[in-house]
Design a protein around this ligand. Structure first.
Ligand code: GLC
Length: 561
């Protein structure tokens, strides 16, 4: 292991140390990516076998959602042992082999760390529960007596993100806090053992060779002193879009300063990306100050509809918020918690990110392809979610009885429909579970899934997969695409975003028509590189006057100046 790390470190030039600043990072949801042993659930050997596909796709890094020992009450975001692999996913040996193979293919590996809560099957929690009130082990979580004559009421009015009270009563009468499912008790980060344990967990995985961490619920670790009531309706709405005594407390930043010091103990550049839902991009920037984490997901961007008038201010605000702290902006359209963007854009604006309607899939795909080219043209780092390169829609009609999202059963929760974006992905046109594995799939795949498979799309120049491959290849080859922290807006008609980016002599122009009709625009002289329109952009090969089709993004290489 040491030798393997040393070899990689030697290869780390100054440039390579900045790999994360414009990296394209591909999220793998292990249950649903590839099933190596045919039990119907994806696993690490399955992912390992598909690494060449990811390398060929042209991404820089792979982020793996949790694969740790877990009762799977929340798809593995309920961790029982942070240093063990769940048997359903494989073994530590499989993780080691996966990390080595990925590095051999030039791919970095980012793993999820879940520090806000453990599983209720975690040894600390089980012992705390068994030892009863007064046990010092209870101080590692938030155990409290209830209110009311017999303590029969929860200690405060907080509600779980998944619906229902954020407190569950133990048989001995005390209550414990869980911002998510009852199977996910929140740690009390005031307790020094919690902080020590997580620094040790980080080192465990860094020693295994991982290149970084995605920090789950990074904004939730510290709760306001005294756990004050929220008051008001008690309804949370979307994660973190309002100030709450359990989110985005200033105390979280000390934790990330200490994590940064751990990351810097290691050779190469090890990074961390925050899942921090905050009310504003300025609050998000606090997580990526120079002595804290490296990146934060841009959920403001994810929540923005395919509409130039909405997109431009969010792009400007994102870039402006990151510039003072020197962190790259990030961009994301889909992940395992939201309706896939193909389906969001197939529906009218204003419906949010949890949808049950398939909408107009043709329009949705056209917009999704255009949205991807826009995202990949912006400065900074971009996150892709498995299957978006196939243009997969959300599966909006899963029968209730197969749904596994814990929020679905609890009702009134933030996001009860997350299974729709977690359906195992199709690799082949035919065969058991369309090549996902030999033993079916843990969520049913829709009829017709094979037509969207990697096999069906490979080599078809009009396919979404080939569009992603081409876009990522251009992004790698073209200096002006990776560099910089700003865009130069050019005059454009309503509904169109037109901007230039330059790096030295290289320049690049991107035009995105977010309207449902073709629009005539004027593009600086250049060479058409790529367009999201199935039929291409006629007449735009060298810039000038161009008729940009409806819901289309195109890229030109141009001269600087
Ligand atoms: C994050 C994860 C989500 C999970 C929750 C609780 O939001 O992305 O999938 O349910 O945290 O861990």
């Amino acid at each position: 292991m040491t030798q393997h790390l040393a070899a990689r470190t030697a290869a780390d030039s100054a440039d390579a140390l900045d790999w994360w600043r414009d990296a394209v990072i591909y999220q793998v949801y292990p249950r649903s990516f590839a099933d190596g042993d045919g039990d119907g659930t994806g696993d690490l050997p399955g992912i390992r076998a598909r690494l060449p596909y990811l390398a060929q796709l042209g991404v820089d890094a792979v982020w793996l959602s949790p694969f740790y020992a877990s009762p799977q009450a929340d798809g593995g975001y309920d961790v029982a042992d942070y240093r063990a692999i769940d048997p359903v996913y494989g073994t530590l040996h499989d993780a080691d082999a996966l990390i080595r193979d990925a590095h051999g293919l030039g791919l970095r590996v980012i793993v999820d760390v879940v520090p806000n809560h453990s599983s209720d099957r975690h040894e600390w929690f089980r012992r705390a529960l068994a030892e009863g009130p007064g046990s010092p082990l209870r101080a590692r979580y938030h155990f409290r007596p209830g209110k009311g004559a017999d303590g029969e009421l929860p200690p405060n009015d907080w509600e779980s993100i998944f619906g229902g009270p954020a407190w569950t009563r133990c048989p001995d009468g005390e209550w414990y806090l869980h911002l998510f499912a009852p199977e996910q008790p929140d740690f009390d980060w005031e307790h020094p053992a919690v902080a020590d344990e997580f620094r040790s967990i980080l080192r465990f995985w860094l020693d295994m060779g991982v290149d970084g961490f995605r920090v789950d619920v990074a904004h939730g670790l510290v709760k306001a002193a005294g756990l004050p009531d929220i008051g008001g309706t008690g309804q949370l709405g979307l994660l973190g879009n309002a100030a709450m005594p359990f989110f985005d407390q200033d105390g979280v930043h000390d934790i990330y300063r200490s994590w940064r010091r751990v990351l810097e103990e290691y050779p190469g550049r090890r990074i961390a990306v925050a899942e921090a839902w905050t009310p504003t991009v300025e609050r998000t920037a606090n997580y990526v100050r120079p002595d804290e984490l490296h990146q934060a997901f841009n959920f403001q961007y994810l929540g923005t509809y395919w509409d130039a008038a909405e997109l431009r201010p969010v792009i400007d605000a994102s870039l402006a918020a990151m510039r003072p702290v020197g962190a790259p902006a990030t961009w994301v359209l889909s992940n395992h918690d939201v309706t896939r963007h193909t389906t969001r854009f197939a529906n009218p604006a204003g419906l949010g990110t949890q949808l049950r309607s398939a909408g107009d899939p043709v329009r949705g795909l056209r917009r999704a392809r255009a949205a991807t080219l826009l995202m990949l043209a912006l400065p900074g780092s971009a996150y892709l979610y498995q299957g978006e390169e196939l243009g997969l829609p959300d599966v909006t009609d899963l029968p209730d009885e197969v749904r596994q999202d814990p929020a679905f059963a609890r009702g009134a929760g933030q996001d009860g429909f997350r299974d729709g974006c977690r359906v195992p992905i199709p690799w082949t046109v035919a065969g058991s579970s369309y090549g996902f594995g030999d033993g079916g799939s843990w969520l049913p795949q829709p009829a017709g899934w094979g037509e969207l498979s990697v096999e069906a799309q490979t080599g078809d120049p009009g396919s979404t997969l080939e569009l992603y491959r081409a876009a990522l290849a251009v992004r790698r080859a073209h200096a002006a695409l990776g560099a910089g922290d700003g865009v130069e807006w050019l005059p454009a008609p309503e509904g169109v975003l037109l901007f230039r980016r330059t790096s030295g002599d290289a320049a690049f122009v991107c035009a995105a028509n977010t309207t449902g009709a073709p629009v005539r625009i004027t593009v600086p002289a250049g060479r058409l590189l790529l367009s999201s329109a199935a039929g291409g952009v006629s007449g735009g090969e060298s810039g000038g006057e161009v008729d940009l089709p409806a819901d289309t993004t195109a890229w030109w290489s141009a001269e600087a100046g």
